[in-house]
Ligand binder design. Structure first.
Ligand code: COA
Length: 294
């Protein structure tokens, strides 16, 4: 049964699946919280699809006048090795922050996700690591996103390099989510063979996103082979095309070697945070009814 929360004098948090609202309708709220930036038309629907956002695990916060004031999107990852869920966006309007709505959104989604997944993951920029730790999450690893630009005169035609399955031969030196790759539209995805390795790429507006980079296992010096592979990649894209390399372990010597070259820089760092439900049963198992915040 769908229902619209009645007007009340308090804030409250509900699962998105229990509210008469399409997830796509959240776009104006997200823009108010994070700003418009240089997003392309249709970006929010694409995000919902690519992150496999599930209304049954996503939560919405309503203010005293029944207006939307916050959200938490949660996506499903079927596995293997086990099904997990991941936070695909969390935000509260500035005037409603500092009142516990962020934690209430996370608690509401935890109560729903624990029935479908073994763990909930979230990416936290360093200042927000403490926010998730207070909610029972543990840091798994910190990853950089690195950026450079192409070296060529024009971009490789992605259509000539059909996307292959997520596992690639060799050692993964940068890696994003298998589920995200599987949901990237074929027309925007390509698997490219490089000197010493291979990469899964996708087009994100003007930019090329490297979702996975694997280096042949027969190299003694993986760092040196990675540098060669990345230079080969840069040659295939125009100098005006930004190239983003996702999921680079911040303590890996390969990442350090990439950053010693003058071409790559860190544009974002995020902690992969994990809440395993089995270990957290007692602390984080509020019944669905306790999603309400009075
Ligand atoms: C992050 C955000 C969702 C938090 O929501 P909120 O409703 O304001 O959360 P609260 O401030 O009520 O936080 C509750 C608790 O977490 C703590 N907390 C909040 N931010 C924190 C941080 N960065 N580090 C550590 N603790 C933090 C608060 O101190 C509070 O603890 P307390 O209850 O012991 O005082 C909100 O600030 C926001 O929308 N920020 C902008 C968007 C954003 O950064 N999204 C997150 C992307 S991962």
């Amino acid at each position: 049964m769908t229902r619209r929360p009645a007007t009340v004098a308090t804030t409250r948090v509900l699962l998105a699946a229990d509210v008469n609202l399409e997830l796509a309708d959240l776009e104006p709220l997200v823009l108010r919280i994070f700003g418009a930036g240089d997003r392309l038309p249709g970006w929010f629907r694409r995000k919902l699809a690519r992150e496999s956002v599930d209304p049954a695990c996503s939560s919405l916060a309503f203010g005293p006048g029944d207006e939307l004031v916050g959200y938490l999107l949660v996506g499903a990852e079927p596995g293997p090795p086990e099904p997990t869920a991941h936070c695909a966006g969390l935000g509260v309007l500035p005037q409603h922050r500092g009142r516990g709505l962020g934690p209430a959104l996370v608690a509401c989604s935890i109560a729903a996700a624990r029935r479908r997944a073994a763990a909930l993951h979230a990416l936290a920029e360093p200042p927000l690591r403490g926010f998730y730790e207070r909610l029972g999450f543990h840091p798994l690893a910190a990853n950089h996103t690195l950026q450079t630009s192409g070296l060529g005169r024009r971009d490789l035609d992605l259509g000539e390099h059909p996307p292959a399955a997520w596992p690639l031969p060799g050692r993964a030196v940068a890696s994003w989510r298998a589920g995200t790759w599987s949901r990237t539209p074929t027309a925007q995805a390509a698997t490219v063979q490089l000197e010493h390795g291979a990469a899964h790429l996708s087009r994100e507006g003007q930019a090329i996103l490297v979702q996975r980079l694997c280096i042949d296992a027969d190299h003694d010096d993986t760092s040196a082979a990675t540098i060669v592979a990345l230079e080969a990649l840069r040659q295939r894209f125009a100098a005006t095309t930004p190239i983003l390399l996702y999921g680079c372990d911040t303590v890996s010597c390969v990442t350090a070697a990439i950053l010693r070259t003058p071409h790559w820089r860190v544009v974002q760092t995020a902690w992969e945070m994990q809440l395993r439900f089995i270990a957290a049963v007692d602390k984080h198992a509020p019944p669905a009814a306790s999603c309400r915040r009075n």
